[in-house]
Design a protein around this ligand. Structure first.
Ligand code: TNX
Length: 557
């Protein structure tokens, strides 16, 4: 009897203490994408209201950026932005953002403690603080994104999160050459990168079908190169091709570019511009035909594929032109990387071109592959002299890699593995896993896409670290990127439909430790966050992730 009483008292005491601490939370209350690497769930919640104070322990710009993002977000809901104060002591009712070396995490990591009495967010620098703020954002009700009734209290469920990315490079690519998208949509793409703790936007700016960036020294690039007279209807297949008869084009002015680069920088996203060479260059050659082997005339391409006319590797003017273009590009993009394409460059014009053949002879090159390698190495020298690093698609391995080049492995993973074994940095973006232009469900009833089949689950299943590499070689794998080619992405809405939610899966691949990655768990979190995406207003694909469930049910019936 006595024992029984003691037991009862103990239960009552426990219940009372848990009431005091607040409600018990469940895993569902922490539906964060990408999944945090260490999450301890605690009872209760921190309440944010008009009295909440935001403290920062440093006035440096990057800390302010993270704090300003938090303020903007809370301001939406509270009706007015709380003041930022300087201070290093976490106080009751406050959110303290603190940079300190006293966190045992990598440079982009963060430590978040949410208690009913206060929030403490620690990181080594502004990036970690910013990612901690994105975690807080995902713990808050989706309505904070837009149009929330003001003057409300907000609850952040209590927890301790110690989190850091698996890879230093976490990116998404967007092709604006085939079809382009308004600045507002590019910004929203960058918003989605930031929300999912991704740090790189690879902006594919030039193509056979359109040159999309203003270059002052060469105005014809945009006057002529930015417009095609019409566009192929459907896939084309074999001739005769059918065209829509409508002129298509446009470009991003220097002001647009600056706006986008700044917008990205405020969200800790680096923009990597891609200027394609020596292939995929018809739009530039239409504007300046003297830069091809034949001298033209050339037309901006009106259908998709790979074209024989490329920059002439024999003429000096080609290099003068490209270096002038790159100089203007370098001025606009402060990041260390410049992508120079390098993919899908047919060699037939070079084989017939006396100037290219002379170059091969003069430089003692074995063949046209080595000529391509000469081309890329020469451009790399220029970039390095300007304090930049070159990235190219994996074809730049052919004929010998430029000494400091970083390789994007797209034709499967072999190129990436070979480059890492040679001691070169690598970004994994293999076809088909990371090709978000592929169909994401059965093509029937879907808008036209390039082909392929890369559903969310398959994208999610990709592990960028090749088993073929030993520990030493593995450190060359910088990370992962999803590619979004726009041949068939005729509208911004359709671009988003193809991007999301597979984009979010790429974010989780780049951030979360392999052992914690689980597709069903990801889907549960995605379903929970779907309301946030709805409020933000992105057009994401909604079929397949429900269908997988439905399919599983019918299969077991
Ligand atoms: C290959 S990936 C390309 C692009 C196409 C894409 C379509 C790469 C370096 N080149 O030019 O748009 O396939 O999926």
């Amino acid at each position: 009897m006595k024992n029984y009483l003691t037991f009862l008292l103990l239960i009552v005491a426990l219940l009372l203490s848990s009431c005091k601490q607040g409600v018990k939370n469940s895993e569902e209350d922490y539906s964060i994408i990408p999944r945090p690497n260490n999450l301890a769930i605690l009872p209760g919640a921190f309440t944010i209201n008009k009295e909440t104070r935001i403290l920062v322990n440093s006035d440096i710009g990057e800390v302010r950026l993270a704090a300003d993002f938090l303020l903007g977000m809370l301001g939406n809901a509270l009706g007015s932005e709380p003041e930022i104060e300087t201070g290093a002591v976490s106080k009751k009712g406050s959110i303290l953002l603190m940079i300190t070396d006293d966190v045992d995490l990598n440079d982009e990591g963060y430590l978040l403690q949410v208690k009913p009495s206060r929030i403490l967010l620690k990181a080594r620098d502004g990036r970690g603080l910013f990612y901690g703020v994105q975690t807080i954002r995902q713990l808050l009700p989706p309505a904070i994104e837009k149009g929330m009734e003001t003057g409300q209290e907000l609850k952040v469920p209590a927890c301790t999160i110690s989190d850091e990315p698996r890879f230093v490079y976490r990116g998404m690519h967007l092709d604006v050459g085939r079809h382009m998208f308004p600045v507002e949509y590019i910004k929203r793409y960058i918003d989605m990168l930031a929300l999912h703790k991704m740090n790189t936007f690879h902006w594919h700016l030039t193509e056979d079908q359109g040159w999309r960036i203003e270059i002052e020294k060469y105005p014809l690039l945009t006057e002529i190169g930015a417009y095609r007279k019409e566009t192929l209807i459907g896939h084309g297949g074999r001739p005769p091709f059918e065209y829509d008869g409508k002129r298509y084009g446009g470009y991003y002015s220097k002001e647009d570019v600056k706006e986008i680069v700044n917008y990205a920088a405020e969200r800790f996203v680096t923009v990597i511009p891609e200027i394609e060479m020596p292939g995929h260059a018809l739009a530039a050659l239409a504007a300046y035909p003297e830069l091809s082997c034949t001298g033209g005339p050339h037309e901006v391409a009106t259908r998709w594929g790979v074209f024989p006319d490329v920059f002439c590797a024999g003429k000096e003017e080609t290099f003068v032109f490209l270096e002038n273009v790159l100089s203007e590009v370098i001025e606009l993009f402060p990041g260390k990387y410049i992508h120079i394409g390098g993919d899908e460059c047919p060699k037939e014009r070079w084989q017939e071109c006396p100037e290219c053949q002379k170059r091969i002879a003069d430089e003692g090159l074995a063949d046209e592959h080595e000529l391509q390698s000469y081309f890329i190495k020469r451009i790399e020298k220029f970039l390095v002299a300007n304090n930049r690093k070159l990235i190219g698609w994996d074809e730049i391995l052919e004929g010998g890699l430029a000494p400091e080049a970083t390789v994007m492995s797209w034709r499967g993973t072999e190129g990436g593995i070979a480059a890492a074994k040679e001691g070169h940095d690598v970004i994994m973006t293999p076809n088909p896993f990371m090709y978000l232009d592929h169909y994401q469900c059965e093509p029937e009833g879907e808008p036209l896409a390039i082909g392929g089949y890369s559903p969310l689950e398959e994208v999610y299943s990709y592990d960028p670290m090749p088993a073929e590499l030993d520990e030493d070689e593995q450190r060359y794998i910088l990370g992962v990127q999803g590619n979004l080619w726009s041949e068939y992405l005729t509208t911004p809405d359709y671009m988003e439909y193809m991007a999301y939610p597979r984009f979010f899966a790429v974010g989780e691949i780049g951030w979360t430790k392999q052992g914690l990655r689980d597709f069903e768990n990801f889907l549960t979190r995605f379903r929970k966050q779907a309301e946030r995406y709805d409020i933000i207003g992105i057009n994401y694909f909604k079929g397949e992730y429900y269908d997988t469930r439905k399919r599983a049910e019918t299969e077991t019936d």
